[in-house]
Design a protein around this ligand. Structure first.
Ligand SMILES: NC(=O)c1ncn([C@@H]2O[C@H](COP(=O)(O)O)[C@@H](O)[C@H]2O)c1NC=O
Length: 196
């Protein structure tokens, strides 16, 4: 089954996977406190505005360090609102709604998630027909296609590295790269899996 990009979160560990039929020549790289999706050196040029972006950011908020991740440029305003002290629900809902679903051939939804220092985790999506933002108590997945509403998901990773590799290895078609994040006693850890 092809479900496109997806996030899994719950509550202490999260992952974001790029699956792509159209733009497989991409990888995740680390830049300061962000993980960034971009083209590999051999990727054909594209003017598609939706394929390069920060997919994960760690930010200091008034309630402690928080992770924000998702499938596009909305990750930045989510992170910035968290830094300003917005509740995660509001940061997700306002940023998803402001940027809205992508204006491409598929009306691709935006998806995102947060994990706070206090263990609070949320997941959300904006589709052409809905805005959904939920608190997560157990591992939960939302994807751009097919599984386009948050659903409980069996995800046993406990570290950032496991989260990235487990997400990358899931059977959903056209895996390209994945990011993982985990809350530890010493703060957040991140990891990436580019399949090479
Ligand atoms: N975030 C991404 O990595 C991303 N990759 C592709 N898209 C969008 O989704 C469309 C379909 O891509 P695909 O056939 O690879 O699922 C692309 O034309 C592009 O507009 C993306 N946008 C949202 O998921």
């Amino acid at each position: 089954m092809y479900i496109g990009r997806f996030v899994v979160v719950g509550p202490d560990v999260g992952a974001y996977r790029v699956s792509s039929r159209s733009f497989p020549n991409r990888e995740i790289s680390t830049r300061d406190d962000a993980l960034t999706v971009g083209p590999t050196a051999d990727a054909p040029e594209t003017d598609n505005p939706y394929v390069s972006y920060n997919c994960l950011r760690l930010v200091d908020t008034p309630t402690g360090e928080t992770a924000a991740f998702g499938n596009g440029s909305h990750v930045d305003p989510i992170a910035e609102k968290l830094e300003l002290g917005y509740p995660a629900r509001d940061a997700l809902a306002e940023s998803l709604l402001a940027l809205d679903y992508e204006k491409d051939d598929y009306d691709t939804p935006r998806i995102g998630a947060t994990i706070g220092a206090d263990g609070e985790a949320l997941i959300g999506t904006v589709r052409k027909d809905a805005l959904l933002v939920e608190t997560v108590e157990e591992p939960t997945l939302v994807a751009t296609y097919e599984k386009n509403a948050p659903e409980s998901f069996d995800f046993e990773a406990t570290t950032a590295t496991e989260a990235a590799t487990d997400a990358y290895d899931l059977e959903f078609e056209h895996a390209v790269c994945a990011a993982g994040v985990a809350r530890t006693d010493g703060g957040f850890e991140t990891a990436l899996e580019n399949g090479n």
